[in-house]
Structure formats: C-alpha cells, structure tokens
Design a protein around this ligand. Structure first.
Ligand SMILES: Cc1cc2nc3c(=O)[nH]c(=O)nc-3n(C[C@H](O)[C@H](O)[C@H](O)COP(=O)(O)OP(=O)(O)OC[C@H]3O[C@@H](n4cnc5c(N)ncnc54)[C@H](O)[C@@H]3O)c2cc1C
Length: 263
C-alpha cells in the first residue's frame, strides 16, 4: 500500500481481470515484483521526465537501515546490477516501506550522479543523523557500532568485488564492508519502486492462454507483463522486453496460422 509504481498509471490489472473472468489460469508468484530502491520523493506512478533519475543504487557502499535503525539485507551481496531487484523488494517489506541509505565521507564521492537531485540529511555524528532522520539514536548507533566492529579499514573500489566482508553479523555484508566512521555522515531516504509484478496468466509455448483445466482458451493469447511464471523472487536485467518479444512472436505466429486454418 506504500509502494510507488515506476510504470504506467494505466496498468491496473484490467487485462488480468478480463482474462481470469474468461477462465484463464492465474499463475506464478503473485506476491513478487521487480522493484528497485528509488528516491522517497519519486512520483507515485511513472513519469517519463523523471523516472530514470529516481533509482538509488549505490547502497553497496555504506549501509542501509530501516526506520527502526536496523540493517535488514546484505547490501554487498554483489554488484547493484545483480541485487537491486532484491533490494527493492526487501525495502518494500520494511515498516512503512522506507529505508535510509547511509554513507560516510569516504563512500560519498563514489555514489551515482543521479543522487544529486535528492534530499539528503547530513550530520557530524550518527546520533545527530538519527535525530535528523527521526530515527531512534540508540538503535542506529548500535547498528553502526556492531557493523564497524566487523568492518574493515580500507578504501572503496566500487567496481571490484573486494571480498571485504563481515564475519558474524546478521545479515552479513559480503563485500565493501568498510568502516562507516568518517564524518560527516549522509543519509538518503528511499522506498521500493515497483517496475512490474511477477504473477499473471499461464501460457503455453505458442503464447496461448491456458484455462484452469490446462487447456488453451480458444483465440486468447498473451505475451509481456501480463504473463505469469516467468520470474520468481528475482529477475534479470532487460529480461522484461526480451520475454515479451519471444512470446509475442510465438503468439503472433500461432494466431496467424490459426486464422489461415493451419494451426
Ligand atoms: C521504469 C521502467 C524501466 C524498465 N526498464 C527495462 C529495461 O531496461 N529492460 C527491459 O527489458 N524492461 C524494462 N522494463 C520493463 C518493460 O518496460 C516491460 O516489460 C514491457 O514494457 C512490457 O510490455 P507490455 O506490452 O507487456 O506492457 P506495457 O508496455 O505496460 O503495455 C501495456 C499497455 O496497456 C495499456 N492499458 C492498460 N490497461 C488498459 C485498458 N484497460 N485499456 C486499454 N489499454 C490499457 C497501458 O496503458 C500500456 O500502454 C522497464 C519498466 C519500467 C516501468
């Protein structure tokens, strides 16, 4: 209910509903979505002028905490290109679907340029930062202290998986676990922006929509985001357009053949 949508405001499920009313089978992970961390002030639905400026994917540096001041995800599991979908979903599952990305002066020069336009909070101490964020100073200080106790004294090399990891912390930080102790500290508040959802209709190899009896519904085809069962829990970059093209072509070929009486 707190989620922002990165895509069209017109995609509200009409196609799904119409097909399901015809007996189409709902399929895939209806609780899952492709998401990304985005600026808390991003528009509620996609806006072509600004949507591309809204992702906030430098979380591999520094730490990410929820509104209670606790870490909740391995920020350094891999490069952001590999993990931002999981990170976006994890943020959506946090209280109020809000998180704070916290950097120190060592990390800040490495963050993406598109953070430039977003609101930031800065303080010389972690307690001061917590106060500015409206977070519990004790909880945030505890989180940072326990992170720093296992983090390394090193420099950021954002394009290398540096293997600098925590040892016992839960959740761990598997790379770029570098001490967060060089003031000033800067926080950006983010939420998860939904790109597309994973649940949808069941189709066969020809893009025909299957009914709950597993048989194709005559004359009904689907391809693209309306299809379910393509992704579960995570998805690959650029795979959205790819599966739409693959199944769109298959559906078109079958529909054409059916019209010619050849299917
Ligand atoms: C911000 C963003 C970035 C993305 N980046 C990538 C990327 O880098 N690579 C990639 O592969 N994919 C990306 N995607 C995903 C990709 O855009 C989608 O997978 C793809 O557009 C899906 O195509 P589609 O035709 O299934 O649905 P859509 O492109 O969403 O088309 C559905 C159309 O139906 C219309 N519609 C909805 N309801 C009705 C109705 N009741 N009556 C009439 N019309 C209706 C909508 O207005 C819309 O025009 C991105 C998506 C977003 C939102």
């Amino acid at each position: 209910e707190h989620a922002k949508v990165r895509g069209s405001r017109h995609n509200t499920g009409d196609g799904h509903r119409a097909a399901i009313d015809l007996g189409a089978q709902a399929f895939g992970q209806w609780t899952g979505c492709h998401a990304t961390p985005i600026d808390i002030d991003a528009p509620a639905v996609g806006d072509l002028q600004v949507t591309d400026q809204m992702p906030r994917r430098s979380y591999t540096l520094g730490i990410t905490v929820n509104v209670d001041g606790n870490r909740f995800v391995d920020e350094g599991e891999g490069f952001a290109e590999q993990t931002f979908v999981k990170m976006g979903q994890a943020i959506l599952e946090q209280p109020k679907s809000i998180a704070h990305q916290i950097f120190d002066s060592r990390a800040l020069p490495h963050i993406e340029a598109r953070y430039g336009g977003s609101k930031r909070v800065q303080a010389e101490t972690m307690r001061g930062l917590a106060a500015e964020l409206g977070a519990d100073p004790d909880a945030l200080t505890r989180t940072v202290d326990s992170f720093n106790a296992e983090a390394h004294e090193d420099e950021y090399k954002p394009r290398n998986l540096d293997g600098l990891s925590t040892e016992t912390l839960g959740p761990p930080k598997s790379n770029w676990a570098i001490r967060l102790d060089a003031p000033p500290f800067t926080a950006f508040t983010v939420t998860g922006g939904i790109t597309y959802t994973y649940g949808g209709l069941r189709i066969d190899r020809d893009g025909r929509v299957l009914g709950s009896n597993e048989r194709p519904i005559s004359g009904l085809y689907a391809a693209g985001e309306i299809v379910g069962g393509i992704f579960y829990h995570n998805s690959l970059r650029a795979a959205g357009l790819m599966h739409g093209s693959v199944f769109g072509r298959a559906a078109g070929a079958h529909a054409g053949a059916a019209v010619r009486g050849q299917a």
